[in-house]
Design a protein around this ligand. Structure first.
Ligand SMILES: [Cu+2]
Length: 470
């Protein structure tokens, strides 16, 4: 966590040559100054200093856009532009985003606020902004061609509406969507309740992030935008583990996590060590009668979900997408399963022909996290992250909820690794190991086969081979 000041640069829009060409100097002076962010760090919550009060959220590896009040209207300024996003240390992607980063800044408002958003387009092509999930006048819905003309490159458009219902929302372009979403154009929107709401509890920590996916070839920096299914970068707020900050909370805090899915597949989000309730969906807060305790919730494409739990177990709790390929970083997928194959000697022979060749996967692929393979520049290893007990062997959509007794209220700094009390960590057994008794008699089927084949068929599992749906 860094102070907001470190990463903010407030830039007068009049300095931007592209924007200046489209709006007169006098009009420019009337625009709210857009805040910009240059780093991928989780910024401290932006406590409102004007307008109605609320408890601000913390955007994981992101930030909240400042606003100005103009005669009772909350004014924001979004600048759509090419950005460089550090997705993890050592891996930078050339994306499109808003105000210096992808995703764009989180917009936080209060139910009933009249909101005016200036959108300046500094992209090489037209765009628009759709306010995903909001009730608003049709002409403010941001669908290029249907509800408005596209915002041409270099121009500034204005959106204005009242944030009518509290909840968790997103924003993204609705014009050349395939390209612009694949390039990282998206942001979070939160409408806080204007008063105590029977279905919205007070929480001590309120986090949010967007699920996004990219197809970036190892060694490249720009996503392939025509990809439909074969993504290789699975990100939270355009960050991948170990580049995703931990969610640091105090023991017995009530914690809310808001997520939105702008990838092209669903993500079953799974929290260790606690059970959560789904307290919000696309339609806002959920009726209490619908709430069930879960440890995994699936978020479909285009959906928002908010979950809440009492962080009453100390420790470092994994929090991740449960599709195991989504907790991996870029890798080649056209590899056969080699588990159980005896490679002795083969590697040496191939090395005499191809010096960098490594035999991989004969005992599973966990070793790969520790191998020092030659990889192209600007490529992150497919799974990594050094924990207190070795490699975490994860990548992609993975982070850690750190629950600590001595975390101060309102302190979001990383407390470091959990110090497990003596005798509470799984350990190696070194005594004698007896062969376990196994059931040997035939049977157990509800419908026994009439004629058994002479020999048993043993099926071998093949993983992971080439597959398109990753
Ligand atoms: Cu996933």
């Amino acid at each position: 966590m860094s102070s907001r000041r470190d990463f903010f640069r407030f830039a007068g829009i009049a300095g931007g040559a592209v924007a200046a060409a489209s709006v007169s100097r006098g009009a420019m002076a009337a625009l709210p100054e857009p805040g910009f962010q240059t780093g991928p760090h989780t910024m401290a919550p932006l406590v409102p200093n004007s307008g109605r009060p609320y408890n601000p959220v913390v955007t994981l590896n992101g930030w909240t856009l400042p606003w100005r009040m103009n005669q009772g209207v909350k004014e924001f300024h979004l600048v759509a532009e090419p950005v460089v996003r550090e997705m993890a240390p050592g891996f930078k992607a050339h994306l499109w985003g808003y105000n210096g980063q992808s995703p764009g800044p989180t917009i936080e408002v209060v139910e009933g606020d009249r909101v005016r958003i200036f959108v300046t387009n500094k992209l090489p092509e037209h765009t628009s902004v759709h306010w995903h999930g909001q009730r608003l006048p049709n002409g403010m819905d941001g669908v290029t061609g249907l509800t408005q003309p596209a915002i041409p490159a270099g121009k500034t458009f204005v959106y204005e509406f009242v944030a009518r219902r509290p909840g968790t929302f997103m924003y993204h372009p609705h014009g050349d969507e395939m390209v612009q979403l694949a390039m990282g154009m998206m942001g979070f929107w939160i409408t806080h309740p204007k008063a105590k709401h029977p279905l919205i509890d007070e929480v001590q920590r309120d986090f949010c992030f967007l699920l996004s996916a990219y197809d970036i070839e190892p060694g490249a920096a720009t996503p392939k935008v025509a990809e439909m299914t074969d993504f290789n970068i699975w990100a939270w707020n355009s960050r991948i583990f170990p580049g995703i900050d931990s969610l640091n909370v105090r023991l017995n805090d009530k914690v809310r996590i808001r997520m939105g899915n702008l990838t092209m597949t669903n993500h079953p989000m799974h929290l260790h060590g606690h059970e959560f309730l789904i307290t919000g969906t696309d339609g806002g807060p959920t009726p209490k009668s619908t709430r069930m305790y879960e440890v995994t919730t699936d978020i479909a494409v285009g959906q928002m979900r908010q979950v809440e739990f009492l962080a009453d177990e100390e420790g470092d709790w994994a929090f991740h997408c449960h599709k195991s390929h989504h907790t991996m970083n870029a890798m080649g997928h056209d590899i056969p399963t080699l588990i159980g194959v005896d490679h002795r000697g083969i590697g040496k022979k191939i090395n005499s022909l191809i010096p960098d060749y490594m035999v991989m996967g004969e005992r599973g692929m966990g070793d790969m996290a520790e191998m020092e393979m030659p990889i192209p520049d600007n490529t992150i290893p497919m799974m990594t992250g050094e924990g207190p007990f070795g490699s975490v062997e994860m990548g992609g959509m993975f982070s850690v909820v750190k629950v600590r007794r001595d975390q101060k209220p309102g302190d979001y700094t990383n407390p470091g690794w959990y110090k497990h009390p003596e005798g509470t960590v799984a350990y190696e057994y070194t005594g004698p190991v007896a062969e376990p008794a196994r059931f040997k008699a035939e049977g157990g089927q509800s419908m026994p086969r009439k004629n058994r084949s002479a020999s048993d068929t043993v099926v071998k599992v093949k993983k992971p081979s080439s597959h398109g749906g990753h």
